[in-house]
Design a protein around this ligand. Structure first.
Ligand SMILES: Cc1cc2nc3c(=O)[nH]c(=O)nc-3n(C[C@H](O)[C@H](O)[C@H](O)COP(=O)(O)OP(=O)(O)OC[C@H]3O[C@@H](n4cnc5c(N)ncnc54)[C@H](O)[C@@H]3O)c2cc1C
Ligand code: SF4
Length: 576
């Protein structure tokens, strides 16, 4: 029998970037907020002596325990979906701060083209280019870049992002709050080569700050030490913008925010008297197994792509997508990313062992529709970059392709190449396809008895063509940089959930202006439940050629505004 707790104004399910932003904004507006986070409390003080590659980068100490909850995967419905028993292709966040604790901090805004991809493509190239006969299902997002711009600006100021103007990006209302990071020898070489090829390189927008910064909420973020233990680690200096050093303390300072850790939400409760409303959530304390009902006026799902989808589905909210009939919006348009690149072998030695998660340079000449697609068999593209994140020795051991995989030759080549190889890579978009979707698994459950999410996904022809194109452009840059040998990534095969690629999963709870084909409106308010909001990369209608979190953060700030307005006035936000 679940214990029913006192009602609160807002409950957030999950307290990472999105949950932290909702909590901070709602609590500042005077609303009583409870954050239910299934992981544990943590902060900068827990990241001292964290430079242990095996524990954190290989054994994923800070991340989701996949023995308790995971997902099942198959490439297509003819295969039997099996559980992901070890973290692989993507790394799921858990505990206070979510994946925002151990992210890299590469903080790109999606392009104006992304938000209006269907109409812009159709207008420029004609309907045929949408390739609907081949199963692609492009949709506009129901919001434009210009409408989202103030929220991008807000997120960047919360984080103190270090960066410089991108001549090929969307228009900005203000400069980045802090200057770009240090341009190292490696980055200078990339800049010279890519400019020489006619591209427009810029320093990567970085949440590893170039200098100490006090954000508009009064939180101080320190200056990055270029320690090279950034992605997969928390920052012991408080120099990486993450929820624990920004929005969570901001929310707590108001006195209106309570974080309840070890609280695993298993169901969203629909109001028994009014089907258009939710009444709260049911959760399990993971230490005692006790169940609680937390009633709330507004529920906001901030539990990442897979759990946001799962909670809606197990709570019977919305219609599941069916790939045969293409009816239903919940679970549709799951997308991922592709990385077409190359490795260059140099005679010169570099300090590749130093770096930071978002230390890099990039250009957008082959991203979005910044180049002509009339004669290409794919749409969109990707941001091509070089990053100097720091080569940690277990994960990084590049050797020339003809080297034996053991023995003295192997050792000699490993030592030789460790400081003499550089990679350039295009982070390629992927587009929604009718055969890629999320569902619930009929056989496997998590440790609480709730069915696992089932992912059905494979790369499509456009992905293979885009991947090859980006890899070829990367080869050109490395050759121009003076590499003595350049090895292009092998061509894209079937998607595998085993090797790490990126934690840039999108879709499943997409936004839009048509309830038939989207789950939430452009305030992230659920179409079927007025007081339920769903926020995260699951809202993305396709995946762009960048890392997602600036766009996720912008959507979260917009959602927070919607939540506050809803708390004051109620009703449907899209009608205003
Ligand atoms: C290794 C790595 C590197 C990355 N680098 C970058 C980068 O450079 N740039 C970029 O843009 N993005 C990057 N990302 C992605 C970025 O971290 C995410 O986009 C962002 O953190 C997502 O925030 P979120 O709030 O949507 O979800 P999360 O951070 O995943 O937070 C969700 C929270 O919900 C909790 N939760 C889940 N289910 C429940 C439940 N049922 N009940 C209660 N709580 C629950 C989880 O424990 C978690 O704390 C990276 C991710 C990883 C893993
Ligand atoms: S590289 Fe910079 S931001 Fe990243 S963990 Fe090290 S000091 Fe912190």
């Amino acid at each position: 029998m679940a214990t029913e707790l006192d009602r609160v104004d807002v409950v957030t399910v999950g307290v990472g970037w999105t949950g932290g932003i909702i909590a901070a904004e709602a609590a500042k507006a005077g609303l009583q907020v409870v954050g239910l986070e299934r992981g544990r409390e943590r902060g900068t003080e827990d990241y001292q002596n964290i430079h242990d590659e095996y524990k954190y980068a290989i054994r994923y100490e800070l991340m989701q325990d996949v023995s308790k909850e995971t997902l099942t995967f198959r490439n297509n419905p003819d295969q039997r979906a099996l559980p992901m028993r070890q973290m692989g292709s993507f790394l799921l966040g858990e505990n206070l701060g979510g994946a925002g604790t151990h992210w890299n901090g590469q903080t790109w805004r999606f392009l104006p083209y992304d938000f209006e991809i269907r109409s812009m493509t159709e207008e420029k190239y004609g309907e045929e280019k949408l390739m609907e006969d081949e199963g692609y299902r492009l949709q506009d997002w129901g919001i434009t870049y210009d409408e989202l711009e103030p929220y991008f600006d807000k997120f960047e100021k919360t984080c103190g992002i270090s960066g410089e103007e991108n001549p090929l990006g969307g228009e900005r209302s203000d400069a980045y709050p802090t200057p770009p990071m240090i341009k190292t020898r490696i980055l200078e070489m990339f800049e010279k080569a890519s400019s020489g090829l006619g591209h427009s390189p810029i320093m990567m927008p970085s949440a590893n700050l170039s200098e100490q910064f006090e954000n508009p909420d009064g939180e101080t973020i320190a200056a990055c030490q270029y320690c090279a233990f950034c992605e997969r680690f928390g920052c012991e200096y408080g120099a990486k913008s993450s929820p624990e050093v920004t929005v969570i303390p901001t929310a707590r300072k108001t006195g209106n925010f309570e974080v309840r850790t070890h609280a695993n939400v298993v169901e969203i409760l629909t109001d028994e008297e009014d089907e258009s409303q939710v009444s709260g959530v049911r959760y399990v304390d993971t230490r005692t197994g006790k169940e609680f009902i937390q009633p709330a006026d507004v529920v906001v799902l901030n539990s990442y792509v897979f759990n946001n989808y799962k909670l809606l589905r197990v709570s019977d909210i919305g219609q599941q997508y069916d790939p045969e009939t293409e009816e239903g919006s919940l679970g549709r348009s799951y997308c991922y990313q592709i990385f077409g690149g190359a490795t260059g072998y140099f005679d010169e030695q570099f300090n590749t062992f130093m770096g930071a998660g978002a230390l890099g340079m990039a250009f957008d000449d082959f991203n979005g529709d910044n180049f002509d697609h009339a004669d290409l068999d794919f749409l969109h593209g990707g941001n091509i970059s070089i990053t100097q994140t720091g080569n940690r020795p277990i994960a990084t051991n590049r050797i020339r392709p003809d080297t034996p995989s053991w023995g003295s030759e192997f050792k000699k080549e490993s030592i030789e190449s460790y400081t003499r190889t550089l990679s350039v890579s295009g982070q390629g978009a992927t587009l929604p396809h009718k055969d890629n979707y999320l569902d619930l698994d009929e056989e496997y459950t998590d440790v609480y008895g709730v069915p696992l999410v089932q992912l059905t996904y494979n790369f499509k022809d456009q992905d293979r063509a885009r991947h090859k194109y980006l890899a070829e452009r990367s080869v050109e840059v490395l050759e121009e940089m003076g590499a003595s040998e350049v090895v292009q990534n092998s061509e894209l095969g079937d998607y595998s959930i085993v090797p790490y690629q990126s934690t840039h999963n999108t879709g499943g709870t997409i936004m839009g202006d048509d309830p038939e084909v989207s789950v939430v409106n452009n305030w992230l308010q659920h179409w079927d439940r007025d007081n339920l909001f769903v926020v995260g990369a699951g809202n993305f209608v396709h995946n762009g050629g960048y890392n997602p979190t600036a766009t996720v953060g912008a959507l979260a700030y917009r959602c927070a505004e919607g939540v506050i307005r809803f708390a004051e006035e109620g009703g449907r936000l899209e009608e205003e």
